[in-house]
Design a protein around this ligand. Sequence first.
Ligand code: RIB
Length: 312
Amino acid sequence: MKPRILVISSANIDFVQNVTHLPKVGETVVETRTYGYIPGGKGANSAITFSRLGGDTVFCAKVGRDDNGARLKRLYGDEGIDTRYIYENRYAPTGLASVIVEENGDNRIIVYPGANNTMTADDVEEAFNCMPDGVFIHFEIPDEAIYAAADFAAAKCIPLFIDAGPVRPSLDIEKIRKAEIISPNEAECEALTGIYPDSVEECLRAAISLSNMADFKYVVLKIGRRGAFIYDRKNYFLFNPPKVKAVDTTAAGDIFTAAMSYAYMQKGDIGEAVRFANLAASLSVTREGASSSIPTLRDVKAFAKQVKEVGR
Ligand code: RIB
């Protein structure tokens, strides 16, 4: 059976520039590498991941009543996503992210949230009418909407999956009382716990600290090229990703958390879910852009086979 996942999160258009070097203060760099306007937003990247992996995906998001909003809504429909709860705000533009990608694939992102910032608890409540099997959120929508998603999920006993990005200083994490999995990257982990997870000891310290903040069954730290660190309140495990040549890391975290949550919803095995997510995210960094880099289930299966053969 296909699990129905409700993604309550953000939708953006990404203005992406590929650069050979970053400008210094006051410097103008003439850059002849490519640029593009690519659908992105942490929520949309994860919703498309669920759908391409085979999930029955419902996306709750807010866009502006403008060309970008209409383009995004069309794209989600074409991806097989249920767009009933994509709301339009006539006073705020669709979210826009400026994404700078360096030659080694590293990215820097500045987000103008626009309509994303107008999502309310009522919008969230309405979306729960779709009767999901799981709820997935990021922190790229207002605190009120995040708390509402967590409260409704808890009240209806629906498992909640949290990608803790981006860093959201106003959010009180303890108000999200319960989740199946919470998954921050290194910067988000430091912002939440004050601990930068740059060694196994620091990963463990950070994960324990985070798991003490609320009833989180699993803490999964996304630690970049080192892969993922799982903590289940008793034991910890480190899962290295397959080695690939990265061209663009944008959205790799969104894809990782969605792929992990999807696999976990199906089999309930966190180790297997993280292994699957490492494959999906590693494959995505070999491709350019956010939504444009998301693999299908068939891609991930083929890549798994390839990795196994290389490892022999
Ligand atoms: O995680 C990558 C995403 O962050 C981009 O697509 C951008 O829109 C921002 O939301």
